[in-house]
Design a protein around this ligand. Structure first.
Ligand code: FES
Length: 121
């Protein structure tokens, strides 16, 4: 396989037992033009997923692996310029992109796992 080929997305993103509450993880799928970085978030028992791309400048939220939450573990933080996002809907409530939101990713829960919705198994 060379660098221009793409990998089919994996439908299973992560097991629920790998996420705390609050907890978050980023999962990179595919490569090249098919590459996706999906942020899975659990907060208050609810699971959401977003494209891991800050609406301010498009960087992934985390600089350090696994560092997604503020010190109170209530809001997601973009480590590039400090934007704060609600984990329930991805809305930016403070920072340079206030009023914008993380792009949601459709997911399903099945068998204790988080799956991409609508993707082939
Ligand atoms: S890139 Fe996220 S706050 Fe600037």
């Amino acid at each position: 396989m060379n660098g221009s080929e793409t990998l089919a997305p994996t439908r299973v993103l992560i097991g629920l037992d790998a996420l705390g509450d609050p907890g978050a993880a980023s999962i990179v799928l595919g490569r090249g033009s098919a590459r996706r970085d999906v942020l899975i978030v659990r907060s208050g028992g609810k699971i959401r997923a977003f494209e891991n791309s800050c609406p301010h400048q498009g960087t992934p939220l985390e600089t350090l692996a696994g560092a997604f939450f503020d010190s109170d573990r209530c809001l997601l933080v973009c480590s590039t310029h400090g934007a704060r996002f609600r984990p329930g809907d991805g809305l930016c409530v403070a920072g340079p992109c206030a009023g914008q939101a993380l792009k949601p990713v459709a997911i399903e829960l099945s068998g204790g796992k988080v799956l991409l919705a609508g993707e082939p198994s």
